[in-house]
Write a protein that binds this ligand. Structure first.
Ligand code: SF4
Ligand code: SF4
Length: 510
């Protein structure tokens, strides 16, 4: 790890609300996208000449389309309940990283152009013109929000800053001011099929390598099928699972679960990415284009079920949007959606999370584990924001909190939760979600991880925890990079299905 160019917060044992430091992260700006990246996903290549009028027009368009956005602009009473709830404010002390501060960047412009008082008495109501300086602030601070929704849990009016951030990014993209990291990845996904730009033959090689590793480790020929028609399950997983550590360990865990349960399955080169960064930039068109690859693969392969691997935002998109985007679940009304709805087996949720899938098999007694194989681990679990506050699992309230923990307890003997106010619905973001997982934002990533690191450090000190279990590809990538800044080893980070992989007992098919 190179020496940081910024001060890394010290762990004190408790989460403190910092004294405000104006513009503390005004110097942190992620790289904007170039023309080729922007145009590749349908936006202007550079800041358009009439950007001001276009931005206001787009804002009007979004206010008309999303009633929630207009309510969020009008409803805030500045009660202050959200001010200390954002991990980026707690880590950076910049007041524009307070949820209400982030909203105000847009609210001032809303008042100026979309309210009577703001049009005629702007200075009386805090109305603001959209200057280039303010547009730059939008760009900086809407890419210092991970859209985690934690603030919305504490707002008495349920104002969701994540939606404001999405709207801000959508307006920025519309005027040609997009972010390199997110938009470049969207382009790769459209062109090649996954965020990493991994072509089919490379994917095949990687999977064969994993089959060999599993054979060496277990003596059992666990398969990693690709593009196999007529099987029961299509597994759609984040592409990081194909090559990054610790992600690959979970992918091998899923494969072992399918093997042990005797359920036929396949991966797909067409749908080799569960992630969908279209949600991060509030772009319905890009989100739909990415999601349609999954429908195409499911129809082509004739599968009966679609299971989604460990990825927080992917699960949110799948759970909340796939039905209308693709017809996976009920909602889509075009002929392809209707065909897919007929094809999928109604006895199972569509889509289904890999944790729901494994948990069901555990409940039915179809998997055997030797829990002692995880005895070298003392485990805690981090609830990923998009699973915790953007979706659900199972058919019980709070299933998204219960199911991953029950899996861990089924495969390991040593589990301890972190402090209650930092988990479940109140979970703190890893600091790298929502399009922030780029090195040019390392300062806010490290500082934004502070509240989670405090809670983690407490269970490390008190319970001797040595494993942070995750169900999100972004959390895995973020924590492996960030925990060393706080004095922890990156090998402490891993997936829930990595734990499953360690303990599961396999029988050879011969
Ligand atoms: S959505 Fe999350 S990152 Fe964004 S302002 Fe709210 S708490 Fe902060
Ligand atoms: S908690 Fe809600 S109403 Fe109160 S300041 Fe924050 S956004 Fe406004």
């Amino acid at each position: 790890m190179a020496a940081p160019q910024f001060e890394v917060p010290k762990l004190t044992g408790y989460a403190e609300t910092p004294a405000i430091k104006e513009n503390a992260t005004a110097h942190v700006k992620s790289f904007p996208a170039n023309a080729a990246i922007q145009e590749g996903i349908g936006f202007p290549g550079e800041l358009v000449e009439d950007w001001h009028d276009k931005a206001i027009a787009k804002m009007g368009d979004l206010l008309g389309k999303y009633r929630s956005l207009r309510v969020f602009m009008d409803a805030c009473v500045h009660c202050g309940a959200c001010t200390d709830k954002c991990h980026y404010f707690l880590g950076t002390a910049d007041p524009k990283n307070m949820p209400v501060g982030r909203q105000e960047l847009m609210r001032g412009v809303y008042r100026r152009h979309f309210t009577f008082a703001g049009k005629y008495f702007p200075s009386l109501v805090g109305a603001k013109d959209l200057t280039k300086e303010l547009l730059d602030d939008w760009y900086k601070y809407y890419y210092q929000c991970s859209e985690c929704r934690r603030c919305s849990v504490f707002c008495p009016y349920g104002i969701d800053t994540a939606e404001v951030t999405m709207a801000g990014r959508e307006i920025l993209d519309t005027v040609g001011y997009g972010q390199k990291y997110t938009n470049e990845i969207m382009g790769k996904l459209h062109k090649i099929g996954n965020n990493l730009g991994l072509p089919g033959p490379a994917l095949q090689d990687t999977l064969e390598g994993m089959e060999e590793d599993m054979l060496d480790d277990t003596g059992v020929a666990v398969k990693m099928p690709l593009d196999v028609k007529g099987v029961e399950v299509l597994l759609v997983t984040p592409s990081a699972d194909f090559f990054a550590e610790p992600h690959v360990e979970s992918l091998m865990g899923y494969a072992k679960v399918f093997h042990a349960a005797g359920i036929s399955w396949t991966l797909s080169t067409t749908a080799s990415e569960a992630g969908n960064f279209g949600m991060f930039i509030g772009s319905y068109a890009n989100m739909r284009r990415a999601a349609l690859r999954i429908r195409e693969a499911a129809l082509e392969l004739g599968v009966k079920r679609i299971v989604v691997g460990e990825c927080g935002h992917a699960w949110r998109v799948a759970y909340s949007f796939w039905n209308t985007l693709t017809g996976v679940g009920h909602g889509g009304e075009d002929p392809f959606s209707i065909e897919l709805q007929k094809q999928l087996d109604p006895r199972y949720p569509a889509p289904q999370h890999i944790c729901e899938f494994t948990y069901d098999l555990i409940q039915q007694g179809k998997l055997k584990f030797d829990k002692s194989l995880n005895d070298h681990r003392v485990i805690t679990f981090h609830d990923s924001c998009n699973v915790a506050r953007g979706s659900r699992m199972g058919d019980m309230p709070g299933g998204q909190f219960v199911i991953p923990r029950e899996i861990i307890k089924a495969v390991a003997n040593n589990f301890h939760d972190m402090a209650e106010e930092t988990i479940g619905e109140a979970t703190f973001c890893c600091g790298g979600g929502g399009g922030l997982l780029t090195d040019d934002l390392m300062e806010v990533r490290v500082k934004g991880a502070l509240p989670r690191m405090e809670a983690f450090n407490n269970v490390v000190q008190e319970q001797k925890v040595n494993f942070l279990a995750l169900i999100c590809a972004i959390c895995k990538a973020q924590f492996t990079k960030v925990v060393p800044y706080y004095g922890f080893d990156m090998s402490m980070v891993g997936g829930v299905h990595q734990l499953v992989s360690t303990a599961i007992q396999l029988e050879s098919e011969e």
